[in-house]
Structure formats: structure tokens, C-alpha cells
Design a protein around this ligand. Sequence first.
Ligand code: 5AD
Ligand code: SF4
Length: 473
Amino acid sequence: MQTFLTGKFQDESRQGEVYLSEIGLSPISFKKFFIESYGCQMNFSDSEIVASILQGEGYSATKDLDEADLVLLNTCSIREKAEQTVRKRLTEFRKVKLHRPGMVIGLLGCMAERLKSKLLEEEQLVDLVIGPDAYRTLPQLIKEAGIGQKGINVLLSREETYADIAPVRLNSNGITAFVSIMRGCNNMCAFCVVPFTRGRERSRDADSIINECRDLFNTGYREVTLLGQNVDSYYWNDGQSGTSVTFADLLDRVGAISPLLRVRFSTSHPKDITDDVLRIMASRENICKYIHLPVQSGSNRILQLMNRTYTREWYLSKVDRIREFMPDCGISSDIIAGFCSESDADHSDTLDVMQKSRYDFSYMFMYSERPGTLAAKRFKDDVTSDVKKDRLEEIVALQNKLSLESNKRDLGKTFTVLIEGDSKRSERHWMGRNSQNKVIVFLKQNDGLQKGSYTRVIVTDCTQGTLLGEQSN
Ligand code: 5AD
Ligand code: SF4
């Protein structure tokens, strides 16, 4: 039926939309959308929800900008640089649109929420603006944009979790997938724009999460990462049965789907991660031994200004606790250099916490003031960019050293590795990860292993970023 429709009815004046009433069928659209995502995993996961909503409207995804009727940018506001990148991209899209006036350009995500109508009205860069809680209204807004109206919906919701929408997996390797378990954030870290762009925290129906994970497993996926801004405060209460589900309960239930389904999660807040979570992690082999536990700063004074609600001592005791439960657990962090009023002594405290935590990996940033945040309102962004840069360089150099040391500690160890695909550098090698989230590359053998298989690999060599190994069977 597809072939018949494509050949016979596609008609430029209808921009790919085919009206089949002539032959007694309902309308089918051949429109194509192109979506580009920036920022955190949550944003990439949201793009898969958007894709699902659009597919329900007859759209199909394309990776080719030139054949897209609808171009969407799912954006991030976390640092100024992220917004600049998107603005640049939008001007490129705008140029394409000059030759293809029918094309609709939409801004989604955190920048849409933060800037609201600014890019729509003042700068005329986009036709649609849709915030993270308003994706269900996308089809309606697209229709309006199609008849020349500029569409905007940036309403935040206290309930929306898109629980009933089955994401369409974009750019998927077919083995690992992200599953959103909650939205928004109530933490109010002073530097962070997220509570303003993504609204209040709300958890998704536990059964819908379990079902999504089970479906993924049944279609061949072997790893799910449960996503939330602050997963440890996940809490679902089923009004009907009265049962409540904590994050530890949820982990246990997802872990029980199959021993062959790996479970990861991100992100944890040091103030909220509980012994119950650590106990469940330790008790189930398939719950990966890896925790992303952002410290942000190692100085008590700065942590207080950041409103992180823990001290360095509390943080380090959490790291110890994790290693008590799981001596082999990988730990990574987020670190900000040059927050308001940060002194050399504060910076040294950060380096010290990094040493003591022995991070396997970190995401490291220069502080970037975001309009509307608590820090922007209360404090001066008074560390010069040169100092921020120098401190960031020191932090990166230390992390590189810690990562290499961590990888060297793995030499001679054997890990269970989930194969994710060919190594980027060579098709003769597999690339996979161990439970601790480290990438391992090893030579393929003619033994029938494929993407999604588990195998044992002994580590024979390493770089700062990768373990190199050999299958040990
Ligand atoms: N400037 C720099 N880094 C930031 N982050 C969040 N807000 C800012 C900001 N204004 C970092 C934090 C957070 C990560 C996702 O991004 O480290 O954990
Ligand atoms: Fe960026 Fe934060 Fe929004 Fe994610 S939630 S897209 S990191 S601003």
C-alpha cells in the first residue's frame, strides 16, 4: 500500500500530504521531520517522545535536513555556550528556509522555556516555541504554523510525565536505551536554570516504567538507563491500590525483569541517595555498579552558597558508604570551576575532594551565570574568565590523572562486558562497557558474538579514556 500511495498521490501543492478520500481511505501524511538535540540525556529522551507524537500524526523522521518539512531543535540552557551553539544553528536553518519557505522551524526544550517568545517575535528565528511540558500540543501548533500563525506553548505542568507515550528510539544502537522516570527538579541549586526550565519535580507511574523496560528487553535491548534530574527522590503512589514505590523499589523491580537486562540510572544527588538504593544495587548483579554523584565543589563555603545542602564531609562519607556496599563501584562527578566568590583555597578544596573520591570520570565546567537563577539574583559573577579557565584546566588535568590511575587499577582484571557495537576505530574490534561504565575495546573472534551479547574480557592495556582487552574464554 505504501508504494501505491507514494507514486500516485504525492503532490507538491499539498506538501506531501495525500488526501485519500477519493479512494475511500483516511488521509495519510508523508511529511518528514528532522530533530536535533542538545544538552542532557533527558533532552535526548524527550526528543524520542516528540518523535512518537509526530509519528502518530503521520510524520516520519529524516536525518537529511534538505528533505525535512519540519525542523526541530531540542535545546539546552544550562550554560551560555549551549545557547550560543543553538542560536548559530538556528541562523543556518533560517538560511535554508529562505529557499524553502514552507519549512517550519520549531524550538523545543529548555531554551524555549527560558526565552519564551523572544526568538519568535524579536528575532524571527523560529516559527514554533514549545516548552518541555507542552509536547502534546505540537501537532496543533504545527498546523497553526502551516497557515502562517506563530505557535507558542511554554506552560509548565505539575503532572505531565508522558507516561503513556511509547518513545520512538532515535539514533539507537538497539542495545542501550534511556527511560525517563521523572521530570523537573525541586532542588534549587543556586547556579542551575533547570527548576525554571523544567518545572516542579514529578514522578512517572511505576507500572508504565516497568512496562517500557520490559518491552525494550523483549525487542532485544540489553541495557536501560533510568533518567531523572534527581532519581533518588523518585516516589510513586498508586492512588488506587495505595502502594508506594521509592527509587530503591523501582530499581529492584526493573532489575527483576531479566538478569540479562542491565540497569543504570542518572543523576543522583548526594543528599538523597539512600542505603536502600545501595543495598539493592549490591544485591543484583545486573544493576550496574556505577553512580554519577555530582559534587559541584569541594568547599563547604561554596557548597552552601550553591545551596547544595551537604558539606564536603557528608559527601565524602557518601562516597565511603558506596564503596562499603560495593568496593568495585565506579563513581563520576560534575564539577564547576569559578562559582561566585570562589577563592584559591576553595578551589584547592575541590581538588582535594576529587583526590579523596578517586573519580573514574568527571564532567567539568566553568561557571556560567544564568539569568533568573538564585546565584544571578544573589551573587556577583566575580571570578574572572582567566581564573575560571586556569582552575578548570587544573581540574581537568587532575581528573585525567585520576582516570588513568583508575584504568591502571583494572589491568589484569576480568569483566563482563555488554557489546554495544564495532569499535569506532576499527571494525575488527568490538566496543562494549563493563558494569562500571568503562568502555572496553577488544579484538573480535569468529565465535558468533554480536551486538547485545555478553562476554568476559580481561584488561591487558589502557589509555586514560579506554580499557583495552582480550576475550577470556
Ligand atoms: N554553569 C556551569 N555549569 C553548570 N551546571 C549546571 N548549571 C551550571 C552553570 N550555570 C553543571 C552542573 C550540573 C551539570 C549538568 O551542569 O555541574 O551538574
Ligand atoms: Fe540542559 Fe538542564 Fe535542560 Fe538538560 S535539563 S537540557 S542540562 S538545561
